[in-house]
Design a protein around this ligand. Structure first.
Ligand SMILES: C[S@@+](CC[C@H](N)C(=O)[O-])C[C@H]1O[C@@H](n2cnc3c(N)ncnc32)[C@H](O)[C@@H]1O
Length: 239
């Protein structure tokens, strides 16, 4: 765990800020969280895959009581911690380098957020990003499934989770993973994101074949895809 900031000089050139830059997914998630300030105020927050730390920073600004982040990349933990300290949230922040739920094995949180790598492609780095940024395996669900399976053990009973969810990786499958634990999901926002050529070239062809015209739209050389922000909480709360 990194609970104190290191000097930028210590983090040094390993700090790949460019690779951690926020995306359209990050923006959509922050926008939804800003619209749910009531759920954020006073909440103990966990973000899986915290990257630059900007989502945690936004949640700190919205009044979260504590901010816990996990990322598999050491650089992300270092730069996230710097950002949170710079913005005055260092005292309530803890960032862990680790895999998915492992660093918070026995803990529950009032608000869980995630913008996971869940693009349907086998391990390959999109130029300008690390492989761990987007690649979700052939069906895009390599991290999404364990995230949803672990969520019931880490979400407070009256808690809520908000995640980004590509429309082309099977929202119904996500629903059915949650159902046995009494959790339900609803789509709270849908937006079109640009699919740049370098990403499309790496996309699983089986997914593209099924989803083109359904959730992926091509206008000449320009391609867009639907992405949801999804809220997850106890089924009885969603009614
Ligand atoms: C799409 S990026 C999102 C980053 C940031 N939350 C944002 O919205 O800008 C996904 C993040 O998940 C991290 N990640 C990938 N695999 C992970 C794993 N197994 N456990 C924890 N974090 C992981 C990546 O390093 C990356 O920072």
């Amino acid at each position: 765990m990194l609970s104190k900031p290191r000097l930028v000089a210590e983090v040094g050139s390993a700090l790949a800020l460019g690779a951690l830059r926020p995306s359209e997914y990050t923006a959509a998630l922050i926008q939804v969280l800003r619209g749910n300030r009531r759920l954020v105020e006073g909440a103990s927050v966990l973000e899986i895959g915290s990257g630059s730390g900007v989502v945690l920073a936004a949640l700190g600004e919205l009044g979260a009581a504590s901010l816990c982040g996990i990322d598999i990349e050491e650089d992300a933990v270092a730069s996230g911690m710097l950002l949170l300290h710079e913005l005055g949230h260092g005292e309530v922040a803890e960032l862990h380098q680790g895999d998915m739920w492992r660093p918070v094995a026995e803990r529950r949180f009032g608000l869980v957020v995630a913008n996971l790598p869940h693009f349907p492609m086998n391990d390959a780095a999109v130029p300008g990003r690390r492989m761990t940024w987007s690649a979700g395996g052939a069906d895009g669900r390599r991290l999404l499934d364990p995230f949803l399976e672990g969520l019931p053990q880490h979400l407070a009973l009256d808690g809520a989770a908000f995640i980004t969810h590509n429309a082309f990786v099977g929202i119904e499958r996500s629903r059915s993973i949650l159902e046995p634990s009494g959790l339900a999901l609803r789509i709270v926002d849908t937006t079109l994101v640009n699919l740049p050529e370098e990403k499309l070239a790496r996309m699983s062809s089986s997914v593209l074949a099924v989803e083109e015209g359904r959730s992926i739209f091509r206008y000449g050389p320009y391609i867009f895809a639907e992405m949801h922000v999804v809220e997850i909480c106890a089924a009885e709360k969603l009614g």
